[in-house]
Design a protein around this ligand. Structure first.
Ligand code: SF4
Ligand code: SF4
Length: 184
């Protein structure tokens, strides 16, 4: 069990000695390769914890870390992932393209196991490192990387795979290891 007051004290100490957030995508990829086994062990370690407490800490870390990382200078998720497209996304995007949703589906999407995804990597809407349709972007793009949502330990497989892609997830996972005194 975690003791919230103790964690608060730990957080203060850890925050004071933390370097700035790591945003170098190449370094993050290299760390991810080196820490593959460690991250697998961390996943097993987290599975045995109280999910509500982990959510509480993850949400706090999300609040601390996300203001320090500028997604418009990154765009890495748009470079290597395909967002799922829900019906409301399809309606909005087809209107934006001035075509029917059927044509949007045929021209820009692909189906996988009954789900619909944008089909190009990098995303066709990525302009440099920025989303060119930011206000209309799909729901999944708005919510990624889900670090402020409940159920963190039910999404560990995804979190471990996002660790090498997304600086928010990388920094949050590293902070989480420190907060929980995980032995590397
Ligand atoms: S729609 Fe925008 S935010 Fe979503 S993957 Fe494409 S470029 Fe990125
Ligand atoms: S969500 Fe993560 S990978 Fe995507 S742009 Fe922001 S920091 Fe980069």
């Amino acid at each position: 069990m975690f003791q919230t007051s103790l964690l608060r004290i730990n957080r203060k100490i850890v925050t004071n000695i933390m370097p700035k957030q790591q945003t170098d995508l190449l370094k993050i990829k290299q760390f991810a390769a080196k820490r593959e086994n460690e991250n697998f062990r961390f996943r097993v370690f987290l599975k045995g914890k109280d999910g509500n407490k982990i959510d509480e800490i993850a949400h706090q870390l999300h609040k601390e870390i996300t203001p320090q990382i500028d997604c418009t200078l990154c765009g890495n998720c748009c470079n290597c992932m395909k967002p799922e497209i829900y019906e409301e996304d399809m309606n909005r995007l087809s209107l934006l393209e001035n075509i029917s949703s059927e044509k949007y589906l045929a021209d820009y999407c692909e189906k996988d196991d009954g789900d619909i995804y944008l089909k190009n990597i990098p995303c066709r809407y990525l302009d440099g490192k920025k989303c060119s349709i930011y206000e209309s972007r799909p729901t999944q793009c708005r919510n990624f990387p889900y670090t402020d949502e409940d159920g963190f330990i039910s999404r560990l497989y995804g979190m471990i795979s996002f660790y090498e892609i997304c600086p928010i997830v990388f920094n949050l996972m590293e902070r989480l290891k420190q907060e929980l005194r995980f032995r590397r």
